[in-house]
Write a new protein. Structure first.
Length: 156
């Protein structure tokens, strides 16, 4: 996982949204991280569901992009844990999956995912979806002590 940055930038205190990317496919995860940073987001990433859940619980990102089929915990299990936590159930989660099966899509949405995007996806479409979700999610309170580092993982 990459090191998250403080939730406020140094140019006047404007809050930057933090996005957690959870995907076991390194090329997809790394490309998403790069894209999101270019879009101005603070980004954390995790290579499996368990690491992603731990990061989400600890750092409370503003939005989670999560693969469905992963080792240790599936995306559905990550979402179930988040939904069971009153402090975390408000975090919008978008599933990113190679599976376009209608049953999987319905399952994800019925569990509380905000959207289900099939891979390969269009970055412009993902950009708009994220902007819409973040605009309709109440801002979280800034941390008094923002994290200075996170668990190990790839840095991009």
């Amino acid at each position: 996982m990459t090191t998250p940055h403080p939730p406020f930038d140094s140019t006047g205190g404007k809050r930057q949204s933090t996005v957690l990317v959870i995907d076991d496919e390194a090329p997809i995860r790394e490309n998403l991280v790069r894209f999101l940073r270019l879009e101005g987001y603070q980004v954390m990433d995790a290579a499996d569901g368990a690491a992603g859940l731990a990061a989400a619980m600890q750092y409370m990102p503003d939005l989670i992009l999560c693969d469905v089929m992963m080792p240790r915990l599936t995306g559905f299990e990550v979402l179930a844990h988040l939904q069971a936590s009153p402090a975390h159930r408000h975090i919008p989660l978008v599933f990113l999956s190679a599976s376009a099966e209608p049953e999987k899509l319905e399952e994800g949405i019925s569990m509380g995912a905000r959207s289900y995007v099939t891979k390969p996806f269009n970055l412009a479409t993902l950009r708009q979806l994220m902007a819409d979700l973040l605009a309709n999610t109440p801002p979280k309170q800034p941390d008094a002590n923002p994290p200075s580092s996170a668990a190990q993982g790839p840095t991009t």
